[in-house]
Design a protein around this ligand. Structure first.
Ligand code: BES
Ligand code: ZN
Ligand code: ZN
Length: 504
């Protein structure tokens, strides 16, 4: 997709479709651009808004075809809600909805209003919205290929009435394109079928990301090395699979780093449940059990691309991915097994399907050895997180109130939904095993599952400020009703992680 920045008027754009937003406020607060467009069409906009009782609720759309007075074939009006609620993340959603609507009309070129003009951040949001909103994963479709290609935008013009700020807009647009590209790659990784993306594929993807920047390194621990160094929890989970596990360490070290931040990702490329096998319905979508790993890879791709743009992020960032399958064979880990983790603690396996916490235990121990000041892990850890908050919210929890607050702020600012869960000390007793230090689940069904996962991981971070983000819900979208997030892999957490790097 090509981007172009114009100063001037929307009405004069020679494109297939013009996209303009409209606020819900009564009386309507319609800016200069709207007035000009309305005048160019001899009052067509206002006429339709009134006649069709268009309320301009958030993400409502109104399409005018062959609007008189314009060269554009379509005019798309996107409801933007109340102006006082119009944030960066709303701007991204509005752009996504507008671009989606245009793409469905089969148009190739669109012009979109930069509002509020002129801001670098707005340009970034619009580009992200357009790219993320029109993302499709069609690689494996052979029959409808041409029809699907018709729904592909080719060129986007950002139109601003403030000519002096063109350079700023250009920087913002380039930033947005980098971030969106990283997110779309993460989505592709999640959407690929499980026999295509294996633990070794994640290791390869990490090495590819490291190629993008001289400041990024990738070190991969293979099975031999994991055995020598005692990462037995990761090895135990991988034991039933014919695919070997990997621990992957990415490191981004720019010159003037402010802090050392580590992101940890769960990379189970397929979770069958192991011997405690999942029923078929629950096993569906378990190719997405590596969404946390995809998020970490996406953050690193964005770090590399932003650096190449001359807009680098000034933090030292570590990325630790544990990659494995959770499968069944004669070698598979068994219920009743006791495994010894890298940090020496022993775990009684009560359920082979609670595998994420096992591999993350070893990942967190490895991460502590890198001496980070903050740790944030992304993991599709528990169905219970979906039970608690539904499919669109992540559940986050941690051991450090200031860091937890920052995660909440990052959710607010990015529009990636999340909600805090507590890690009550009084529930720590549920972790105790009769025969080992910890048990990987508690059999009592009054014990809250998402919180249990968090309490379990907490045993492996010592005093380091840490937040666990359970993305079982938002990592993989089943409804696909948020215009920024399509069906399938979402890339959830990349915007959040990048925002945290800004806030820390
Ligand atoms: N990968 C799953 C969690 C999951 C469920 C992610 C649904 C996305 C959607 C995890 O490994 C798992 O199986 N968790 C079990 C834990 C249970 C055995 C304590 C679960 O949530 O059922
Ligand atoms: Zn599982
Ligand atoms: Zn899992």
């Amino acid at each position: 997709m090509d981007f172009d920045i114009h100063s001037g008027e929307l009405a004069n754009q020679k494109v297939d479709a013009i996209i303009i937003l409209h606020f819900q406020d009564q009386p309507p607060k319609e800016g200069e651009e709207f007035e000009k467009l309305n005048a160019a069409t001899s009052g067509l906009l206002r006429e339709h808004i009134r006649e069709e009782e268009f309320e301009s609720k958030l993400l409502q759309t109104l399409v005018l075809h062959s609007p008189r007075g314009l060269e554009a074939k379509h005019l798309v009006i996107v409801g933007a809600g109340q102006e006082s609620d119009y944030t960066h993340s709303v701007a991204r959603q509005v752009a996504a909805k507008g671009a989606q609507t245009a793409a469905e009309l089969g148009v190739k070129t669109i012009a979109i209003q930069v509002y509020p003009a002129p801001a670098q951040e707005t340009a970034r949001m619009l580009v992200e919205g357009v790219l993320l909103g029109t993302y499709q994963f069609n690689k494996y479709k052979t029959i409808d290929k041409e029809k699907l290609a018709k729904r592909q935008l080719l060129k986007i013009t950002l139109v601003s009435s403030a000519p002096a700020k063109i350079e700023e807009l250009r920087r913002g647009a380039a930033y947005g394109e980098s971030v969106a590209t990283a997110i779309m790659n993460a989505r592709d990784l999640v959407n690929e079928p499980p026999s295509k993306i294996k633990p070794s594929s994640l290791a390869m993807a990490a090495k590819e990301v490291a190629q993008l920047s001289a400041n990024i390194s990738a070190v991969v621990l293979d099975k031999d090395k994991l055995q020598k160094e005692g990462y037995r929890a990761l090895l135990a989970v991988a034991a039933g699979s014919s695919e070997e596990p990997y621990l992957i360490h990415l490191c981004y070290k720019p010159k003037n780093a402010r802090r050392r931040v580590a992101f940890v990702g769960k990379g189970v490329t397929f979770d069958s449940g192991g011997l405690g096998i999942k029923p078929w319905g629950a096993m569906l979508s378990m190719k997405a059990d590596m969404a946390g790993a995809a998020t970490v890879l996406g953050i690193f791709q964005a770090l590399a691309e932003l650096e190449a743009l001359g807009q680098p992020i000034d933090q030292e960032v570590h990325g630790v991915i544990v990659a494995s399958e959770n499968m069944i064979s004669g070698c598979a880990m068994k219920p009743d097994d006791i495994i010894e983790t890298k940090n020496g603690k022993t775990i009684e396996i009560l359920h082979t399907d609670a595998e994420g916490r096992l591999i993350l235990a070893d990942a967190l121990t490895f991460t502590l050895l890198q001496n980070p000041q903050y740790i944030i892990d992304f993991a599709t850890l528990t169905g219970a997180a979906i039970g608690a908050l539904g499919p669109n919210y992540s559940a986050y929890m941690g051991n450090d109130q200031p860091l937890i607050k920052l995660v909440g702020e990052a959710c607010q600012q990015t529009g990636e939904l999340g909600w805090e869960l507590p890690l009550p000390e009084i529930y720590q007793k549920y972790l105790k095993s009769d025969v080992a230090d910890l048990q990987n689940i508690n059999k009592n069904n009054f014990v809250p599952g998402a919180i249990y996962g968090g309490l379990f991981l907490q045993e492996f971070v010592n005093e380091t400020p840490w937040v666990h983000i359970d993305i079982a819900g938002p990592g993989y979208e089943n409804e696909g009703d948020n215009p920024v997030y399509p069906k399938g892999g979402t890339g959830y957490g990349i915007l959040l992680g990048l925002k945290l790097l800004e806030l820390l």
